[in-house]
Design a protein around this ligand. Structure first.
Ligand code: 5GP
Ligand code: ZN
Length: 113
């Protein structure tokens, strides 16, 4: 979608550090990492919101599978990691192309602490 930052990254028009890619998804490092490992997994087709991906369950599964693949590549598959989908204003959503955050590589804080 024109004007969408993550569509531009997928198209190679905006640079990003790719961690993993297949026909369905691109995974790249977050520009402002919130953990030692912070990778974003995005479906290549533009969908605004993670919850929209329920309409394309195979694509949703591809995003989750790619998140687990990223964890293997980054060496955090056994130590543990966090998957986050932000949705809506209360979650401080900033980019309106569905994306999965993969966070790990250190002891993450407990929710609510
Ligand atoms: P959200 O808050 O929408 O769930 O997450 C958007 C994420 O995209 C943020 O963690 C932010 O740091 C990241 N981000 C924003 N602009 C860029 C960019 O140009 N390149 C990369 N690699 N990440 C970005
Ligand atoms: Zn997009």
């Amino acid at each position: 979608m024109s004007g969408c930052l993550f569509c531009k990254i997928i198209a190679g028009e905006v640079p990003a550090t790719t961690v993993y890619e297949n026909d369905d998804v691109l995974a790249f490092r977050d520009i402002n990492p919130q953990a030692e490992v912070h990778v974003l997994v995005v479906p290549k087709p533009h969908h605004q919101d993670a919850k929209d991906l329920t309409a394309t369950p195979d694509l949703l599964a591809a995003v989750i599978d790619a998140g687990a693949e990223v964890a293997k590549i980054e060496g955090i598959h056994d130590s543990g990691y966090r998957f986050v989908f932000n949705t809506g204003d209360d979650a401080c959503r900033t980019v309106f192309h569905a994306h999965l955050h993969v966070l790990g590589g250190e002891q993450l804080s407990t929710f609510g602490h």
